[in-house]
Design a protein around this ligand. Structure first.
Ligand code: F6P
Length: 328
């Protein structure tokens, strides 16, 4: 018989993402609905090690569904990577009677949770929260949709100034080692070229394409560059390279940076967070552990955490072809 869950701890860890507050709210309210006590763990694994806990009830999460960031705060903990750190965290959880965890974060968060589960047989369920959308076992991570829209809005604004001055802009977007944000924001904002880590088209091809754009009458161009792209040059070096090798191009660089992590979550992220929080708590109640809640074809599915952290989700390669056609 599975042990009855009486107290669930919820935390956010790693890079914050829009929709994390909505997910916390959902976990807290689902716990309240099922008469389970919910404890907020502040500052991710750091707070778990230090016992930075607070009881959360349904009213503690009023008016946060629309807020960016995470009110529980987040951190990337070095100490939790050590056995001693995890032992301290375990003792802290036990001292207040927490018997299961909902972990909201990305692959670093899940790797920590998976090891913790193996060492202490502690029930954990993950909710994927990262703007990068790089987690296996889910079509969407929380925050990705919002970050995409933020990036597109920013690139639209850059387009206004680029076309007023006949300029070429290199715009760097986040995404760590994957190109989901670059590819989708690039297509959404009508970029002339998109450089993603998954496909290194080479610098010659970039020059050719920009030259072609100019010859066919384009007066301004946007190249979206994923921060993890594999050209071997950072975005500033790329801009210099193009300026040196293509005459008549007035080049500028814009790095969107952490603005992509902020802002009010989109409706899509709020709804997904609400659904995932319910699924996470109810899965723990059913005795499930060491899974991540994913969404596949708009259906929530449990995916083994150890598989989720094994690699990165694939970009849609067909979208690269679509981009080539659109930027003719
Ligand atoms: O994983 C989310 C993310 O924003 C990545 O896109 C980016 O590479 C990284 O975090 C930045 O991390 P930090 O906030 O620690 O600089």
């Amino acid at each position: 018989m599975t042990k009855q869950i009486r107290k669930i701890g919820v935390m956010t860890s790693g890079g914050d993402a829009p929709g994390m507050n909505a997910a916390i709210r959902s976990v807290v309210r689902t716990c309240a609905f099922h008469n389970i006590e919910c404890i907020g763990i502040y500052r991710g694994y750091e707070g778990m090690i230090e016992g930075d806990f607070k009881i959360l009830d349904a009213r503690s999460v009023n008016h946060i569904i629309h807020k960016g960031g995470t009110f529980l705060k987040s951190a990337r903990s070095k100490e939790f990577r050590t056995k001693e750190g995890r032992q301290k965290a375990y003792l802290q959880l036990k001292s207040v009677g927490i018997d299961a965890l909902v972990l909201i974060g990305g692959d670093g968060t899940f790797t920590g949770g998976m090891i913790f589960n193996q060492e202490f047989n502690f029930p954990v369920i993950g909710i994927p929260g990262t703007i990068d959308n790089d987690i296996l076992g889910t079509n969407f991570t929380l925050g990705y949709d919002t970050a995409l829209n933020t990036a597109v809005e920013a690139i639209d604004k850059i387009r206004d100034t680029a076309s007023s001055h006949k300029r070429l802009f290199f715009v760097e977007v986040m995404g760590r080692d994957v190109g989901h944000i670059a590819l989708n924001a690039g297509v959404g904002a009508g970029a002339e070229e998109i450089l993603v880590p998954e496909e290194d088209l080479g610098l010659d091809r970039l020059l050719e394409s920009l030259e072609k754009s100019r010859k066919t009458g384009k007066s301004s161009s946007i190249v979206v560059v994923a921060e993890g792209d594999k050209t071997g040059k950072n975005v500033f070096e790329l801009a210099d390279y193009v300026e040196e090798n293509l005459e008549g191009y007035d080049v500028r660089v814009s790095v969107l940076g952490h603005m992509q992590r902020g802002g009010s979550p989109s409706c899509f992220d709020r709804v997904l967070a609400s659904r995932m929080g319910v699924k996470a708590v109810e899965s723990l109640m059913e005795g499930k552990s060491n899974f991540m809640v994913g969404t596949i074809n708009n259906k929530l599915e449990l995916y083994p955490i150890d598989k989720a952290v094994k690699g990165h989700s694939e970009i849609d390669h067909e979208l690269l072809r679509v981009s080539d056609i659109m930027s003719i």
